[in-house]
Design a protein around this ligand. Sequence first.
Ligand SMILES: Nc1ncnc2c1ncn2[C@@H]1O[C@H](COP(=O)(O)OP(=O)(O)OP(=O)(O)O)[C@@H](O)[C@H]1O
Length: 222
Amino acid sequence: MSLLEARGVGRAYGGRWVLRGVDLTVAPGERLALLGPSGCGKTTLLNLLGGLDRPDEGRVALAGEDLGAAAPARLAQLRRERLGTVFQFFHLIPTLTARENVELPLQLLGWGREALEARAGDLLEAVGLAPRAEAFPRELSGGEMQRVAVARALAGRPGILLADEPTGNLDSTAGERVLALLAELTEREGAALVMVTHSEAAAAACHRIVRMKDGRILEAGR
Ligand SMILES: Nc1ncnc2c1ncn2[C@@H]1O[C@H](COP(=O)(O)OP(=O)(O)OP(=O)(O)O)[C@@H](O)[C@H]1O
């Protein structure tokens, strides 16, 4: 069974199709880059894949379950258990420390205190931020905030990580470090990665590049 699958997916805004006839399958552990000009529908597709939005035609299935048909509570549960997300602007919770940001999804999943602390500690170590665990987001650089976001996204052992321009707001050195971590940690954790990007360097860190134009997939090369 594929991990995540889009079949004939379309989305329209105000009567205009911004995505049409999209077929895409993500295999376990696969790293996939979504590339294409501004406005071609990459974020729209990523939001559909992540169940943040529902398609107007076609279907998106996560671990075999139709996201468009899932009730809101079931959808929230599926997202919590199976998906991690990384955004361009980090979206950390400003009133929580780095450690607490990483622990939060585990609390929502009902992990016990000891397991949760061990897991968060391990991930902060893996992203090189163990010494900054008690810092608040405002005390961290953009690259550091994004590394916290990567640790948080992987905390609950999701099968798949969805990342929307994760290096788009970082300088090239910080961006390269985040990319390397995304590749290394998804590999270590056995998670797949779907990454929207404008960067060919980011795409090169992936197994597969999917190029989009005008709401359609042009090619899905290896
Ligand atoms: N909520 C919305 N309401 C109306 N139109 C929208 C909405 N979201 C996206 N669009 C339109 O859909 C099209 C695709 O947008 P999308 O953000 O998916 O593109 P993108 O490829 O991610 O672009 P970028 O690389 O600039 O982030 C664009 O024409 C955009 O203006």
